[in-house]
Design a protein around this ligand. Structure first.
Ligand code: PPS
Length: 304
């Protein structure tokens, strides 16, 4: 049973917009204890497809890939709505939406694609019980950190930060929304030994999208023509998504996502941390990484 430690309604930019609930020591952007109970009691269906990620790991990229697969490469069907509206985030209530995404999920017809940033140990039990397929995408932590930092700058519902150094400290200590990156990727890595989880890496998708899309197709027991695979690769490439208003988040009101500060589709490249970390930050990060990942079989490309 998850332990709810405290309810912290403290956000500096727009205090009314986001509530933070600490569950098992993990700060979650959840409305209230009552909503957390509802999330825990979410009734999954066997044909639900779950997309799980730590924030800024390529959630919306994989969402677009999965949507294209589910729609057999029909681009127009994938443009019927903005990506934040097409598939719900299990635990979130967006400031610009009337109701929490959980309610939207409950009203959706099957098969549902549901996104979540929850760590594996906080996933609603029915998802395991119904043996839902889960696609997990992990991204190297340094790029995740930098992307998350810029997201804090542009999203009005996230706390304001002095600078990257401040966020860096918080990230390393796991004092950011959804907690420790290290615990998140390790938790899901362990979960894949006992559950139907396809564990993918952002950097692999970037390097060889076609290969990774084939893995997803196999996992979903789907067959599509090579033409459709090529279409998926094209439609979900950074450059195409960046110009697609149904995928680039420009449809979100600007007082929520301020793209003039930083774009949601920002760089989309592995290795951008090199433009942000000092030598000292990098050395310190590597030490911390070694300690936290020492006993894990999980490997992230070292030179990224
Ligand atoms: S969120 O807000 O946590 O759901 O963000 P998430 O979608 O997980 O991650 C956002 C980062 O993913 C990048 N992105 C892509 N990279 C490569 N190719 C494609 N098609 C793509 N789509 C999104 C996006 O630019 C964010 O990373 P950064 O490094 O900030 O650019």
């Amino acid at each position: 049973m998850a332990k709810i430690e405290k309810n912290v309604p403290t956000m500096e930019k727009e205090p009314e917009l986001l509530n933070v609930l600490e569950v098992d020591g993990v700060p979650l952007p959840v409305l209230s204890k009552e909503w957390w109970d509802k999330i825990c009691n979410f009734q999954a269906k066997p044909d639900d497809l779950i997309l799980a990620t730590y924030p800024k790991s390529g959630t919306h990229w994989m969402q677009e890939i999965l949507d294209m697969i589910q729609n057999n490469g029909d681009v127009e069907k994938c443009k019927t709505d903005h990506s934040l509206h097409r598939h719900p985030f299990l635990e979130l209530k967006f400031p610009h939406k009337e109701k929490p995404d959980l309610e939207i999920a409950l009203e959706m017809s099957s098969p549902r694609l549901i996104k979540t940033h929850l760590p594996s140990h906080l996933i609603p039990p029915s998802i395991w019980k119904e043996n839902c397929k889960i696609v997990y995408v992990a991204r190297n932590p340094k790029d995740c950190l930098v992307s998350y930092y810029h997201f804090h700058r542009m999203a009005s519902f996230l706390p304001d930060l002095q600078n990257l150094e401040e966020f860096y400290e918080k990230f390393i200590l796991g004092k950011v929304l959804y907690g420790s990156w290290f615990d998140h990727v390790k938790g899901w890595w362990a979960a894949k030994d006992t559950h139907r989880i396809l564990y993918l890496f952002y950097e692999d998708i970037k390097k060889n999208p076609k290969h990774e899309i084939h893995k997803v197709l196999e996992f979903l027991d789907k067959t599509v023509s090579e033409d459709v695979v090529n279409k998926i690769v094209h439609h979900t490439s950074f450059d195409v998504m960046k110009d697609n208003p149904m995928a680039n988040h420009t449809a979100v009101p600007s007082h929520i996502f301020n793209h003039s500060i930083s774009k949601f589709m920002r760089k989309g490249m592995p290795g951008d941390w090199k433009n942000h970390f000092t030598v000292a930050m990098n050395e310190n990060f590597d030490k911390h990484y070694e300690k936290k990942m020492a006993r894990s079989t999980l490997n992230f490309c070292p030179d990224i």
